[in-house]
Design a protein around this ligand. Structure first.
Ligand SMILES: [Zn+2]
Ligand SMILES: [Zn+2]
Length: 303
């Protein structure tokens, strides 16, 4: 485990002003919602809505795909207030520049990520490690560095009126700093990338297997279970497992391995986000009662 040097909390504050509220349904405004538009090696993006503000965490989809996925939630790309990019890998940031060009959306990223993605500096806001980014009146998002090969990757911890949700992906190991900020979050989305046996016995070349397993690679189901055992508390109401490898994992292996580690004390919901979404919206509210507020998003054709 890498221990980063201690950095003062909340080094900097960045204010992003929200656009007019989206009046989708009554729960928005009372709660923060988390919706994965899709996760995996072919593209990642997660919508966070709170207090009328719409933020995307990562934009790894083409412009057309983003439009289509947001459309299933009756949203347009122009409804998005800003996009925060975790790191420069194509499945997380590959669609950032197109979002700037096509819709003029403000992108937030650290310098390395912005440089690698060739972002337009006029439409880019730079953040550093452990910056607290305030968006609108009540939402703030903390950027927590995580180890991931060849990238300055960050996890996001969103805070809305005191309730917190973490979105963590693409890391080979974790730090005490990450544990500190994710501990006791009401919602945790985290990658469960591979099953160790499937990866070891699978078709990938040895060097790629080594890279995935390394300290800067991805988390196995077992590692994700161990991490969750450190950070989950009775306040944790929902977990979404993301970024599952299509070759080296399966939903039932991921879920059963994680439950092995936390099943004794975690009684909330576990869901899995795969490549095609959005599928579900998780609401994080101040009451700690999430079950009644979990809403399944249906496509327009299903409605
Ligand atoms: Zn990725
Ligand atoms: Zn990556």
């Amino acid at each position: 485990m890498i221990i980063y040097p201690k950095i003062a909390l909340f080094v900097d504050k960045i204010q992003i002003y929200s656009r007019p509220l989206r009046d989708a349904h009554g729960l928005i405004g009372m709660a923060m919602s988390i919706t994965h538009l899709g996760t995996g090696s072919r593209g990642n993006s997660t919508l966070v809505e709170a207090g009328g503000v719409c933020v995307l965490l990562d934009q790894g989809f083409s412009g057309r795909q983003l439009e289509k996925r947001l459309g299933r939630m009756n949203l347009l790309p122009t409804d998005i207030d800003c996009i925060m990019i975790s790191h420069h890998h194509g499945d997380h940031g590959g669609g950032a520049a197109i979002a700037q060009k096509k819709w003029g959306i403000q992108i937030l990223a650290n310098e390395r990520t912005a440089m690698e993605l060739n972002l337009d500096p006029m439409k880019t806001t730079y953040f550093g490690s452990l910056d607290l980014i305030k968006i609108g009146d009540d939402l703030s998002i903390l950027t927590v560095p995580v180890p991931h090969s060849g990238a300055d990757n960050v996890a996001f911890v969103a805070n809305y009126r005191g309730e917190r949700a973490a979105v963590i992906t693409d890391l080979g190991s974790w730090t005490d700093e990450l544990v500190k900020h994710v501990h006791n979050c009401q919602h945790i989305s985290i990658e469960a990338n591979y099953d160790e046996d499937l990866l070891n016995n699978g078709p990938y070349p040895f060097s790629l297997k080594e890279r995935i397993r390394s300290r800067g690679g991805h988390l196995s189901n077992k590692q994700t279970g161990e991490f969750l055992a450190e950070v989950c508390t009775e306040n944790t109401r929902s977990i979404v497992l993301t970024h599952l490898s299509e070759k080296n994992n399966s939903p039932h292996l991921a879920e059963s391995t994680i439950l092995y580690h936390i099943g004794d004390f975690f009684s909330g919901d576990i869901d899995i986000s795969l490549q095609d979404g959005p599928e579900k919206t998780h609401f994080v509210n101040g009451k700690g009662d999430l079950h009644q507020n979990v809403v399944t998003i249906k496509s327009k054709s299903e409605k």
